[in-house]
Ligand binder design. Structure first.
Ligand code: BGC
Length: 737
């Protein structure tokens, strides 16, 4: 008995030693990930490997239970963690513990021009994903804003590749700190929703490299993204989810991407191309799976049984499968099998705080005459809030980014929360837009039915405007099809639902009119001269109303700036003037080339309605004269540009100082100027700071598509220090030798 007892003790003491020694390499996290991958791969059967490369449900793919390798679980993205859907249907699964925190739309994030805020965003949404046991977040999106009609612009980061790159990197890093992969989308050239599954984009290499790829490249090189999602459209005649040029030549060979390439949902169309052209995981083919009346629909995916048969017959080498599985295992070891990853947290007060801070930094004050804003609560005793967007939930709808939220503070609620005890806040709807009780998988808790006619709504709103000290009109677009929504583009630049007429009429009735636009896109403003103050408040998620109210009353001094141009009219946009939007016979040529957004305006002397980089503050900033450290530099050197900036107003504020560079003379046509640096500086009243920027040769280059390389030509360069791309404060010149 004693012997048996000693033997037992001996076994217990020596177990960890033997257990450790005998731990398979793939389970041993002291080993390198590459060794673990090879070990795991060597233990897997052909069938197990094939199961990994295609979906097994709407949002998951199989792991290898026999080896303890977990499934991969994805979630949209990019503004919050989507609620659970049924295994094989888009319908909500009806969970009661999956209501998330909604963060502001990526346009709002981009408008903050603050990489620290992007890091906070990434960290917070990553924690939500981790808590919900998702190891891939389907976002962020960095497709360039080419036309204001693109229904998905609200999910992206604006028109400028430098700004989008600067903002996407900290977002990705923040997400991935949680052991959750950011899946950057949609690679590439997915700049419209019209014909998104069929349109073939023709773009010259220079434009591709200078405008449409940099944010993806930054995501891979600087953000070290672990996943990327292909786009629905075609490029060079091949669908982007199975595209030799984009996925093999550029992403893998040029950029050395070692993460996983995920298809967009239903973006795969051909087995051989999916095998050979760089894709790793197929999702969403037959997204209506069960209704196609096939049992085990996922087995019929292009990378399922058809792939397996080709492998079994030897027509395709197992090495092709192994390449994909290696990338997927790398994802697994970085995420689900990383024992050190944190646990995450979900819909917490901290995340609410983060959402509000992001929103407050992103809201843009576009116009403020007669200092209507901030609202003076000593004078404003009766405030009329008018417009449907003051009450409508905006976290629901928009397509795959639709969210089931823990809460959403509407602009009206936010205003009432903040000033309801100091002033009387009255509401009129003014107009009625679309409303669907069930949209993009989410049932709205709102009932927005209204028995009044359009005329009655209009008259009631005007009547209210007559009676109050201030009118806050909250309108804009919404998340319904044909507006800011996936699947279709907008039909025009105009505000819908006769809002133009209403705004003009309100301006006549009340000189203290604040127009607040809720949108992810530019709109035309025929009434702009009639309206004293205008705010772009984007889609700001759960804390939208609180953030807006704090900006309107001046608790927060607005500091966002536009991440894209607001054109006066559609024909002022390159894609519409010459660019062939939305294409003919499913062919779309980006004829405006590199001249996108402000680059097009500069080239053609077009003045915008509101320029890229524009945004006002409740205080004033005065810029001094810029100086440059050297008059000349070589390719290996850098130069420093400094500019003093002072807060000359009476409240603390933040200003975004922008640096643009222009090549004075070049062998190829170049934009007059391009954003190459920026900094958001915080200044107290009377405070002055010197902002310093470093310019290196990479800020001077263009992509030479004859030589296929980045080139900086010797000669003079002009540096513009600016408050927006149309508000240049100081310039300096230097020469590259
Ligand atoms: C969208 C993707 C999204 C996916 C999954 C697709 O329709 O284009 O952005 O991640 O659906 O919901």
């Amino acid at each position: 008995m004693k012997k048996l007892f000693l033997l037992l003790i001996g076994c217990i003491i020596s177990y960890p030693f033997f257990a450790q020694v005998s731990l398979p390499v793939y389970l041993d996290d002291s080993q390198s990930i590459e060794d673990r991958i090879e070990d795991a791969l060597s233990r897997m059967t052909l069938e197990e490997k094939v199961k990994m490369v295609h979906a097994q449900s709407k949002f998951s793919s199989a792991g290898v239970p026999r080896l303890g390798i977990p499934d991969n679980w994805m979630s949209d993205g990019p503004h919050g963690i989507r609620s659970e859907v049924l295994w094989d249907e888009w319908n909500n699964a009806g969970w009661t513990n999956d209501s998330c925190m909604a963060f502001p739309a990526l346009t709002a994030l981009a408008a903050s021009w603050n990489p620290e805020i992007a890091a906070l965003y990434g960290k917070s949404i990553g924690e939500e994903a981790r808590y919900r046991n998702k190891n891939v977040l389907l976002g962020p999106g960095v497709n360039i804003y080419r036309t204001p009609l693109n229904g998905r612009n609200f999910e992206y980061m604006g028109e400028d590749p430098f700004l989008a790159s600067a903002m996407v990197v900290p977002y990705i890093r923040g997400v991935q700190e949680n052991g959750v992969a950011a899946c950057v989308k949609h690679f590439a050239l997915n700049n419209q929703e019209t014909d998104r599954h069929t349109v073939n984009v023709t773009v010259d290499d220079r434009t591709l490299y200078e405008i449409y790829l940099p944010a993806f490249k930054a995501a891979v090189h600087e953000g070290e993204a672990w996943a990327i999602m292909g786009a629905y459209n075609k490029y060079k005649g091949q669908w982007c989810c199975q595209n030799q040029y984009l996925l093999n030549d550029i992403l893998r060979d040029e950029w050395n991407f070692d993460g996983v390439v995920v298809s967009d949902w239903g973006g795969v169309n051909n087995t051989l191309h999916a095998i050979y052209h760089g894709l790793d995981m197929e999702f969403g083919t037959w997204t209506d799976g069960l209704t196609k009346n096939k049992s085990h629909a996922y087995n019929y995916y292009y990378l399922a049984n058809p792939f397996l048969e080709l492998l079994r017959s030897g027509e395709v080498k197992v090495e092709e499968l192994d390449k994909k599985v290696r990338n997927i295992l790398r994802l697994v070891f970085r995420t689900t099998m990383n024992r050190n990853r944190p646990w995450g947290s979900f819909a917490t007060t901290e995340h609410g705080e983060a959402a509000r801070r992001i929103a407050e930094e992103g809201i843009v004050l576009l116009k403020n005459e007669n200092q209507v804003l901030p609202i003076d609560l000593k004078k404003a005793k009766k405030i009329g809030v008018i417009g449907e967007n003051a009450i409508k939930m905006m976290t629901i709808g928009g397509g795959s980014s639709s969210l089931k939220v823990k809460y959403e503070i509407s602009p009206l609620d936010g205003i009432r929360n903040r000033i309801g005890s100091e002033a009387e806040v009255l509401y009129e709807r003014g107009y009625i837009g679309q409303f669907e009780a069930y949209q993009d998988g989410i049932k709205s808790p709102q009932n927005l039915s209204d028995s009044r006619s359009e005329e009655e709504l209009f008259t009631d709103a005007i009547q209210l405007a007559k009676e109050v000290d201030y009118v806050i009109f909250v309108g804009g677009l919404n998340k319904h099809g044909g507006q800011d929504c996936e699947g279709a583009d907008r039909k025009s630049l105009e505000l819908p639902y006769a809002q133009n007429e209403l705004i003009s009429a309100l301006a006549k009735e009340n000189k203290n009119l604040v127009v607040v636009l809720i949108s992810g896109n530019a709109v035309s403003m025929p009434w702009i001269k009639e309206v004293p103050s205008l705010v772009e408040a984007w889609y700001c998620g759960s804390e939208a109303g609180n953030a807006l109210a704090r900006v309107l009353v001046g608790d927060v001094n607005p500091s966002g700036k536009l991440p894209f141009t607001f054109p006066v009219k559609l024909s002022d946009v390159g894609a519409h003037a010459v660019g062939d939007y939305p294409g003919t016979d499913k062919e779309q040529t980006y004829r405006e080339g590199i001249f996108v957004g402000y680059r097009w305006n500069d080239k053609n002397n077009i003045k915008s309605l509101f320029p890229f980089g524009h945004g006002l503050s409740y205080t004033k900033f005065s810029y001094g004269k810029a100086i440059v450290s050297n008059q000349t530099m070589t390719e290996d050197e850098t130069i420093i540009v400094k500019i003093p900036i002072k807060n000359t107003g009476d409240r603390p504020g933040k200003e975004i100082v922008q640096l643009y560079v222009g090549d004075v003379k070049s062998s190829l046509p170049r934009p007059e100027k391009e954003l190459k640096a920026f900094e958001k500086v915080s200044l107290n009243p009377g405070e002055e700071k010197v902002v310093e920027f470093t310019i290196g040769v990479n800020n001077l280059q263009f992509y030479d598509d004859f030589r296929n390389e980045w080139v900086a030509e010797p000669g003079k360069f002009q540096v513009y220090l600016a408050a927006s791309c149309e508000d240049i404060k100081s310039t300096v010149e230097f020469e590259l030798r």
